[in-house]
Design a protein around this ligand. Structure first.
Ligand SMILES: Cc1ncc(C[n+]2csc(CCOP(=O)(O)OP(=O)(O)O)c2C)c(N)n1
Length: 652
C-alpha cells in the first residue's frame, strides 16, 4: 500500500503506522470469521484502513470508487452478523463488493483488481466461495437470494440468503419480480436496501421519491430510537421467541405509515445509518431472528471518506486511474486530443434535436456515460431517464414512436440484452421506428465477461426488419445516425465502441453502406470486417504488402445488416475471403454473409475469425489480441491462412 496517501481529500485522519498495523491485521486475521471478534473501535479503524486501500488501488487500476467507499461499514457489519459462505451474500450489480473481497481473503492480491488474471471487479464464485453469485447487471439480487433461500428451506437449512441492493438497482423491474415472489413466502430472505439517493447520476423516478420521503419522515428518528431502545435490552440469541415478539412490536410501532414493504409481506427495519456498525449489527441481528422475509433499509453516503467522490459521486462512480491528491482522472476520454464515440454521439444528437422537435432521447440511468447530458440540459422535456429499466425503456420508446415521435434510446450493448423480448414484441412486430444508440459495442475490457458488448449483432440480426450500422470512425457515426433516423423505418440501430476514435485509415470521399479498398495488383484474397477493427485490418493489409508483398483487398461494411447486396456481389469475385468480427461468431455478420454467398453458389474458401465464448477481463487491446483482432495478430492469422492452407485453396 502506498503510505504517501495522506492528503486533504481523505476525510479521516490517516495514521500510517496505525494503518500498517491494521494492514498486517488484514493479512493476519482469518477472515471473514475473525472480524466477529473485533471491538467496535478496532472495526472503525479497520474501515479507515480499508478506505485507504480502496482509494489507493482504484487510483491505480481504475474501477468503481464511490459505491465502494459508501459500503465499507455496511460490509463489515454484514460479515460480523452473517456466516459466509453458509449464509449467501448476494451483491446487486456487484460493483460495491470490494470491501467484501478484502474481508474474504483477497487482500493480498487486491493490487491485481481488474487486471487480466487478477481479482475481478465484480463477485465471481470461481474466485472465492464467499462470492455467492456472479453479478454485473443490475437488479438480480432479490431473485437470486429468493432462489437460494428456497433451497435452504427445502433442505431444512437454517441459513440466510441476503440480497444487498442499492436504490438505483431498485428501479429495475426484476427487483420487483423478486420482491413479489419473496414477500409471499416464509423464507430466510433478508433484503438490505442501501439508499444513497444516487444511481450513477441522481436516482430518478417515483420509487426514488418514495425512498426520500421515508427518509425525511419523522418516523426515521423514531424508528432509530425505538429499535435501539428495544434491542439494547434484548440479549441476542436468548429466548428467541420472546425477543421476536418484543422487538417486532417495537419495530412495527415505529414503522413508516403505509410502508410499501410491509404491505408486500415483509418485516421492515429502517432507516439505519449504514456507517454505524453497531446500529447496523443490531438491525441485522433483529432481521435474522424473524426467520421470514425482512427488508433492512439503510442509508449511506456514496463516496464516503474521499471528498472529491463525496462531492461528485457520479464522476467517481466508475473511474479510470486518477491522481489521489487532485482527484483528476489520468486517462479521461474527453481530456485527450481524440474524441470519444459517446461524446460524438452526444454532439450529433444535439444537432438532430435542434432541427427536429420530434427527436427525443431516453437513457436507462446512464445519462453521462452515454453522452446525453448536453441534450438533457438543453431539451429537458424531450429527455427521459427511466431508471435502470432497459426493458421499460424499449417499450416506452415504442409507445412514443407509435405517437409519431422519433425516440433514440442510448444504451450499452451489454445492458440491451435485458430488453430482447421488448425489441421483438413491442418494436419489431408493430414495426415502430425506434432508434438504438448502442454504446460500448464490442470488447470493453476490464469489467470482464458480464460487460462485453459482443452479443448485440447476433441477437439483433435475428429480428426481422431490423437495420444495423457499425461505423468505423466518428464521421461514419454521424452519417449512420442520419441514416438510422431518417432513412430507415422500424428498429434502426447504430453501434459503436467504448473509447476514442484514433483511426487513421484513408477516408472515403463519400461514406456509403460499404467500402472497398483494392490493391494495385489484382488480389484473390478479400479481407473483411466492420466497426473498430477496420482500422487495424487496413494497417494489416499495408503490413502484408510491405513485409511480404502479399496483395489483399479490403471490404468494410458500415451498414452491417441487412447486408448490402453490392457487397455480396463484390465478394463473390474472390477465391479466398477472411472475415474478422469483433463479436460472437454464432449468428454474427460473418455467418450471415457466408449464407448469402452460398445462396449465390460461392465456392471459394471462407474463414471466420470471431469471438467464440465469454471474454474475460483484460485491457481492450489484450482481449482483442486473444481473438486475433489486432493488427499484429490479424497479420499473423492471415499469413498462416495464406501459407499452410494455401495449397488446399489452390487445389479447390
Ligand atoms: C441492467 C444494468 N443497467 C445498467 C447498469 C449500469 N450501472 C451500474 S451501477 C449503476 C447504478 C447503481 O446504483 P445503485 O444500485 O444505487 O448503487 P450505488 O452505486 O449507488 O451504490 C448502473 C446504472 C447495470 N449494471 N446493469
Amino acid at each position: 500500500m502506498d503510505s504517501n496517501i495522506k492528503n486533504n481529500h481523505i476525510n479521516n485522519t490517516f495514521n500510517v503506522k496505525e494503518s500498517e498495523e491494521l494492514s498486517m491485521s488484514l493479512k493476519r486475521l482469518n477472515l471473514p470469521k475473525d472480524i466477529k471478534g473485533l471491538t467496535y473501535d478496532q472495526c472503525n479503524k479497520l474501515c479507515k484502513d480499508i478506505r485507504t486501500i480502496l482509494i489507493d488501488t482504484v487510483s491505480k487500476n481504475g474501477g468503481h470508487l464511490a459505491s465502494n467507499l459508501g459500503t465499507v461499514e455496511l460490509t463489515v457489519a454484514i460479515h460480523r452478523v452473517f456466516n459466509s459462505p453458509k449464509d449467501k451474500i448476494v451483491w446487486d450489480v456487484g460493483h460495491q463488493a470490494y470491501t467484501h473481497k478484502l474481508l474474504t481473503g483477497r487482500y493480498k492480491d487486491f493490487n491485481t483488481l481488474r487486471k487480466e488474471g487478477g481479482i475481478s471487479g465484480f463477485p465471481k464464485p470461481s474466485e472465492s466461495e464467499h462470492d455467492a453469485f456472479i453479478s454485473g447487471h443490475s437488479s438480480t439480487s432479490i431473485s437470486l437470494a429468493c432462489g437460494m433461500a428456497q433451497v435452504m428451506k427445502l433442505r431444512n437449512q437454517d441459513d440466510y440468503a441476503v440480497a444487498v441492493i442499492g436504490d438505483g438497482a431498485f428501479t429495475g423491474g426484476l427487483a420487483y419480480e423478486g420482491l413479489n415472489n419473496g414477500g409471499n413466502s416464509d423464507l430466510n430472505l433478508i433484503i438490505i436496501l442501501n439508499q444513497n439517493d444516487m444511481s450513477i447520476s441522481e436516482n430518478t423516478g417515483a420509487i426514488a421519491n418514495y425512498f426520500s420521503k421515508i427518509r425525511q419522515s419523522e418516523s426515521y428518528a423514531n424508528t432509530k430510537l425505538a429499535v435501539k431502545k428495544t434491542l439494547d435490552k434484548v440479549p441476542l440469541g436468548k429466548n428467541i421467541s420472546n425477543v421476536i415478539s418484543r422487538s417486532k412490536g417495537a419495530v412495527k410501532g415505529a414503522l413508516f405509515n403505509n410502508n410499501i414493504f410491509e404491505s408486500l409481506g415483509y418485516i421492515y427495519i429502517g432507516i439505519v445509518d449504514g456507517h454505524d456498525i453497531e446500529a447496523m449489527e443490531k438491525a441485522l441481528n433483529t432481521a435474522k431472528m424473524y426467520r421470514r422475509p425482512v427488508v433492512v433499509h439503510v442509508h449511506t453516503t456514496k463516496g464516503k471518506g474521499y471528498r472529491p467522490a463525496e462531492v461528485n459521486p457520479n464522476v467517481y462512480h466508475g473511474v479510470s486511474n486518477f491522481d489521489v491528491v487532485t482527484g483528476r482522472q489520468k486517462s479521461s476520454n474527453l481530456n485527450g486530443k481524440h474524441e470519444s464515440y459517446s461524446n460524438a454521439f452526444g454532439t450529433k444528437i444535439l444537432k438532430l434535436g435542434d432541427l427536429d422537435e420530434n427527436i427525443c432521447t431516453i437513457t436507462a440511468a446512464m445519462k453521462e456515460n452515454t453522452g446525453l447530458s448536453r441534450f438533457a440540459e438543453k431539451y429537458p422535456a424531450r429527455f427521459f431517464d427511466v431508471g435502470i429499466a432497459e426493458q421499460h425503456a424499449v417499450t416506452f420508446a415504442s409507445g412514443m414512436a407509435s405517437m409519431g415521435m422519433i425516440p433514440i434510446f442510448a444504451v450499452y450493448s451489454t445492458f440491451l440484452q435485458r430488453a430482447y423480448d421488448q425489441l421483438i414484441h413491442d418494436v419489431a412486430i408493430p414495426n415502430n421506428h425506434v432508434v438504438l444508440a448502442i454504446d460500448r459495442a464490442g470488447i470493453v475490457g476490464e469489467d470482464g465477461e458480464t460487460h462485453q458488448g459482443i452479443f448485440d449483432v447476433a441477437f439483433l440480426t435475428e429480428i426481422p426488419n431490423c437495420s444495423i450500422y457499425s461505423p468505423s470512425c466518428i464521421e461514419e457515426l454521424n452519417w449512420s445516425f442520419d441514416r438510422a433516423v431518417y432513412h430507415e423505418s422500424g428498429l434502426a440501430c447504430v453501434r459503436y465502441p467504448r473509447g476514442v476514435d484514433k483511426t487513421t485509415y484513408p477516408r472515403q470521399e463519400k461514406i456509403s453502406d460499404y467500402y472497398l479498398n483494392t490493391s494495385k495488383e489484382r488480389s484473390e484474397t478479400l479481407l473483411m470486417t466492420y466497426g473498430r477493427t477496420f482500422d487495424s485490418l487496413y494497417r494489416t493489409k499495408t503490413l502484408l504488402y510491405n513485409r511480404c508483398k502479399i496483395s489483399t483487398d479490403v471490404l468494410k461494411l458500415t451498414k452491417i445488416y441487412p447486408i448490402p447486396s453490392e457487397a455480396i456481389n463484390i465478394a463473390l469475385n474472390y477465391k479466398n475471403i477472411i472475415f474478422f468480427e469483433e463479436g460472437i461468431q454464432n449468428g454474427g455478420v460473418a455467418e450471415h454473409f457466408l449464407d448469402e454467398l452460398l445462396k449465390l453458389k460461392f465456392s471459394g474458401r471462407y474463414t471466420i475469425q470471431a469471438i467464440d465464448g465469454f471474454v474475460y477481463a483484460g485491457t481492450v487491446h489484450s482481449c482483442l489480441e486473444r481473438y486475433s483482432l489486432t493488427t499484429q495478430t490479424m497479420y499473423e492469422f492471415i499469413k498462416d491462412n495464406l501459407s499452410g492452407k494455401a495449397d488446399t485453396f489452390n487445389e479447390s
